[in-house]
Every structure is written in C-alpha cells, then in structure tokens.
Design a protein around this ligand. Structure first.
Ligand code: ADP
Ligand code: MG
Length: 606
C-alpha cells in the first residue's frame, strides 16, 4: 500500500470542485451568490458556449481588497464566518470558503476587484489552481470574475455534460432562480454576445415586481393560473405563488422553494405542498409553485449539503404546518376558479383551419353546416331553431326542452354558471351566462359535488349506510385482505361495512347511501390501491379524504347519462354553492367558459 499523505491543495480543490461545481450553471450560481453576499445591486452575467468557453460575472458589490485577493482563492477562506458558533446563524449564501478555489482549480480563472478605499482595481490570474502575480486593472468598485475553459484539466467531468442547449437552460435557470428572490437587484444575462435576459430592479407590489422574472422562469401559463399564498405566524412567514389545481404537471420539477432567500430542495417543504393539493390532484399530477419562506436563521441549519440545497429545520413540524396551511387557505379561497388554460385550448379548437375558411366548422364532435347559425351564439337561445346536427341529446323531447330552456334562461341567466340550455353527447351541459357560454363536464362536476357532500357528512359524523341485500364477496390477494382489515374501522366511518371473508376475500355488507348503487367490486379494488399508496401519508383526515374521493368517483353520474333541463340546472346551482367546484377530485376542470367576446372574435365580429 502507498504511504498515507495529505493531498496537495490542487488535488483537494479538484475533489471539492467535484462536489460543488458539476456544470457551468453551478459556476454561475456560486459567483452570483458571492455577488449578492457582497451587497451588489447590479449583477451582469455573460456566458459563451453555455459557460464552458467562458463565464463572466461582474458586480457592483463591496469588492475585495488587493491584499486579500490571493486569500480569497485559498481553501476554507471566507469573510462570512469566523467561528463555529456562526454556523448556527448563517445569513449569507456562502460560508464554506470553497467555491472560488474549486472553480479556479478546474478552469483558467481571473479575478479583478476594487474596494471603495482604493483608487484602482487589482487583478489576479490563476491557471488550473496555480496563481500568477497581482497586476493593476481597470474597473469601478466591485468584482469581476472570469472563468475560461471550464473543466479543461478534468476531461472526465466534461464527458458528463449535456448538450449545449441543456447546459444553457441550466445556466438561465440558476440565474433566474436567484433573481426571483432578489427583486431589488438588477440582473442581465448575455449569451454568446446576445442579451438574453434583463431584469430591472422593481418597486411595485409583489406580483408586479416579480412578473417578468416569474414569467421567464415559470412560463406564462403559470403566471396566468397562479394564486397568491401569504401567511405569517410564530415568527415564520411565507409568501409566493402556487398554481391552480387545474393547472398541473406530470412532475414536481416546477416547485421552487426558498428559505430566507436561499433556493432549497427540501422534502419537508415539498411534502407539505403535495399534501395541500392531495384531494385536488391525483397522485401522478403535480402543482407548480414558487414560495418564499422567512424564518429565524438559528432555526434552520444550512450546513448539511455541499451545494447548500438541502437544509435541516429545528422544528420541521411547524414549517410543514405553515406551508400546508398557507397553501390550503389560498386554494380554498380560489376553489371556484378554473384555469384559463382549458378554455384557451378549447377556443383554439374552434378556430377555422387555414385554407378551409368556407368549409363547415367542426370542433371535437360539434359540427354544423355552412349557412347555419353558430350554435354557441350567446344572444339567443339556440334550441328549437337549429338543433339538427348538434348532437343534442334532447332530440325526442325537443319541444319540452326548448320550452324549459327559455324559462331557464329567464330564471337563471344571471347566475354565475348561467342557465342550462342543452346537453351535448350525453356528457356536457351547455349553459348560457350573461357573458358567454359554459360547457360543464357533468361527470367531473357531479363527482366533486358528491365528494364535497360526502366530506360534510363525515365531518358531521352522520354518514348514512345502505345495507346490501346480499353481501358482496370480492376476491383479493392475502396482502390486500390484510390492508383492508387493518383499515376496517376507518372504512366504516366512510359508510363502507367490509370484513375479511377467509384469507383471500372480503365481504362488503353496506356502502354509503349517498353514492347510490355502484360497482362494489371495482370500488374495493380501487380502495385497495389507495390504501397501498397511503402507507406514506401521515394523517387520518387526509387518508379519509383520499378514500372518499375514490368512492365519490364511483357514485357519480357517469358520462352518457341523459339529463333534463331541471336536472342540469340543479347541478349548476349546486356547483355554485359547493366549495372547490371548479375542478373534479383529479384536478381536471369541471367546466370551461367561452366569453361572448371570444366567440365574436371567432366569427370576425370584432
Ligand atoms: P464563501 O462564499 O463560502 O465565503 P467563496 O470561495 O465563494 O467562499 O469566496 C471566498 C471569499 O471571497 C468570500 O468569503 C468573500 O469574502 C470573497 N468574495 C468572493 N466573491 C466576491 C465578490 N463578488 N465580491 C466581494 N467579495 C467576494
Ligand atoms: Mg461563495
């Protein structure tokens, strides 16, 4: 075996670089964090070749005195803490003193800086960790760091990098993520000589302030479909934005959380966010969020991760509660709002295809011949005039329905969800509102209604059960029978009487009256799936709600059920009176609205 010896600094620095500097975006992040720590109000970043050829960060912060430039590049050299106790209270991004030496060890590095006391700037050149002499330079107060040929001496690292486009998007993300938390600082980003981002310092209110940055970072969809979260209690506060449940995504990547201005990825916070949406989204859909949490520095330990992305809380229960409650409140306050995404898409579907301007208009099964009046024109009730070819369900009872529809417009036209006019394809309710037209997905809507009613019954502990004439025996695997058996009591409070029936079956004796007759076997299978997933979930109430939403789905009006005008109006009125009625339990919207003004645009009336 070789002799044990202390590694040369250059090697030690490269090892540290392996932890912290994994790609060009990490260089940008570390340098911008340093600039923010130095109190800069203006930070200009430019990158060439996605940062592999060159990264340059210039700031107007406090600068580094000539005599300390070389020190700043030493390992564990920092101005931000001086003793172990300081680790309890870290108010800066940096404190490890590792970034500059790490970066310098894997690049051709130049730092130029000037402090207020000096009348000129000084620069230091380092190549692969080896310093050259100090030389005078020209710049104002502040610091410029230039990093060229990143990873030139660690080819293995270079191999792990992705396509230039991907690396560039990481660079941009890293910058905007920090910019979001510092609305008062000006940021610019140049890529290969082109200005690609410019964020001026903002003065307006929170959303206005952040709008350009937020749009760049999260996309327009999010900005148009997000709601504000705001809450403060017990020395903790949270503010930011979360997406409406109907604006959801297939992964959790669009969830950005900050502790005291520091971007973090923390399981407690992400878990709290997930729980806040639990009965509004299925397992595999995720909200987007940008949330800033402020808390006493001594209550959070940031010294647990080299890139400082993970943190540890002194009281994680409290912080979980804050994120969960604040998000929940925001969602409850907007529970009747559906996202614009859906109607914009629907509207796009109504557009006349290019080159077919004279052909009959057709959109998703709604079609009508040329010369016919557009069926969704809001000013006049459509039934009784041109119902042919609309796929209306009410054909045999056309006369009655027409009459009802007229009466209904007079009575309900001014309600937010308007007056039912017709049913399409046995699935959608068409309703006329004062300002346009609404299409309701009757199954999704009814599911939400049943669920909310059900939830109320449970809260008031008065779930009605309906005994089955013959117990229904459902075959299961042994482990599934165990899952059910463990939860028999919970299920009982939900109105399901179920018990083991031998080792591989259960017998269902009663189901919730509210749900009417249902496919018991299917419900049991879905419940088993839920219970299996739920091992992770913590609290009973939420477990119940999840089961509930599964059962509500089984008791809802399925698509393809014919409804008359009264039944449709009853659904609309119930929706108006029900919390969270803009979406079903799976986060799909329950209705979309087309404004009259948009309809008019479609027909060139505007
Ligand atoms: P850390 O940020 O953990 O202290 P770094 O290696 O990133 O470690 O930086 C070392 C030191 O160099 C910092 O503590 C700070 O004093 C100084 N420094 C780095 N960048 C800047 C900058 N842009 N402006 C002023 N000082 C800086
Ligand atoms: Mg630093």
């Amino acid at each position: 075996m070789n002799q044990i010896q202390i590694l040369p600094d250059a090697v030690a620095n490269q090892i540290a670089a392996g932890e912290v500097i994994d790609r060009p975006a990490a260089v940008v992040r570390e340098l911008v964090e340093n600039a923010l720590d130095a109190g800069a109000t203006e930070i200009n970043v430019s990158v060439d070749g996605a940062g592999l050829v060159r990264v340059k960060v210039a700031d107007n912060g406090s600068g580094i005195p000539k005599g300390q430039l070389a020190t700043a590049l030493q390992r564990h050299a920092t101005s931000k803490i001086t003793q172990a106790d300081d680790l309890q209270q870290i108010g800066t991004f940096g404190f490890r003193g590792e970034a500059l030496p790490s970066i310098a060890s894997v690049s051709k590095f130049n730092i130029a800086s000037r402090v207020a006391e000096d009348d000129s700037a000084w620069a230091l050149n380092v190549q692969g960790g080896k310093e050259e002499t100090l030389a005078p330079a020209a710049r104002n107060i502040g610091t410029t760091i230039e990093v060229k040929d990143l990873f030139f001496n660690t080819p293995a690292r270079r191999k792990f990098l992705k396509a230039t486009r991907t690396e560039m998007s990481h660079v941009q993300d890293a910058l905007v993520r920090l910019a979001l938390a510092h609305p008062k600082t000006t940021f610019t980003l140049m890529a290969d000589g082109q200005e690609t981002l410019r964020f001026g310092s903002a003065q307006g209110d929170l959303l206005e302030d952040m709008l350009p940055r937020l749009t760049k970072f999260m996309g327009r969809d999010f900005v148009e479909n997000c709601i504000t979260v705001e809450m403060a209690r017990d020395g903790l506060s949270i503010h930011g934005f979360v997406s409406l449940p109907t604006c959801n995504f297939s992964n959790a990547r669009r969830q950005y959380l900050y502790i005291n201005g520091r971007p973090v990825r923390d399981k407690v916070l992400l878990g709290a966010l997930k729980q806040a949406y639990h009965d509004r989204l299925t397992h595999n859909r995720h909200p987007a969020a940008v949330l800033f949490i402020t808390m006493p520095q001594e209550d959070v330990d940031v010294n647990v991760h080299p890139a400082k992305l993970e943190v540890r809380f002194k009281n994680s229960g409290e912080i979980f509660g804050l994120v969960h409650t604040a998000t929940r409140h925001a969602l409850d306050a907007h529970s009747q709002t559906s996202s614009t995404t859906g109607s914009a898409q629907a509207l796009a579907g109504f557009q006349v295809p290019m080159g077919h301007q004279n052909a009959p208009l057709s959109a998703e099964g709604i079609s009508f011949g040329s010369g016919m009046r557009p069926p969704l024109q809001a000013a006049e009730p459509i039934l009784g005039e041109q119902p042919i070819g609309l796929g209306l369900d009410a054909q045999p009872r056309r006369q009655d329905t027409t009459h009802q529809a007229h009466a209904s417009t007079a009575t309900f036209g001014h309600h937010p969800l308007g007056a039912a006019i017709a049913q399409l394809h046995g699935t959608y309710i068409v309703s006329q509102t004062e300002q346009g037209v609404i299409l309701v997905d009757q199954h999704a809507a009814h599911e939400r209604l049943v669920y909310e009613k059900f939830k109320k019954q449970i809260m008031e502990d008065r779930v009605e059960r309906q005994g089955l004439l013959m117990p229904e025996v459902v075959e299961l695997q042994t482990s599934e029978v165990d899952l059910i058996t463990e939860r028999m009591e919970e299920l009982h409070t939900l109105g399901v009487e179920i018990e083991p029936f031998g080792p591989t079956a259960v017998a269902v004796r009663a189901t919730p009256a509210l749900l009417g007759s249902m496919n018991t076997k299917e419900m049991v299978h879905d419940l088993v799936d839920d219970l299996r997933d739920m091992k992770k979930t913590v609290n009973l109430q939420e477990r119940l709600e999840e089961l509930l939403s599964t059962m509500a789905c089984h008791g809802s009006i399925r698509a393809n059920r014919r409804l008359d005008i009264d039944e449709m109006n009853a659904i609309l009125r119930q929706m108006e009176a029900t919390p969270n009625s803009a979406q079903c339990n799976h986060g799909r919207p329950t209705y979309v609205e087309l404004k009259q003004i948009d309809i008019e645009k479609l027909f060139g009336r505007r």
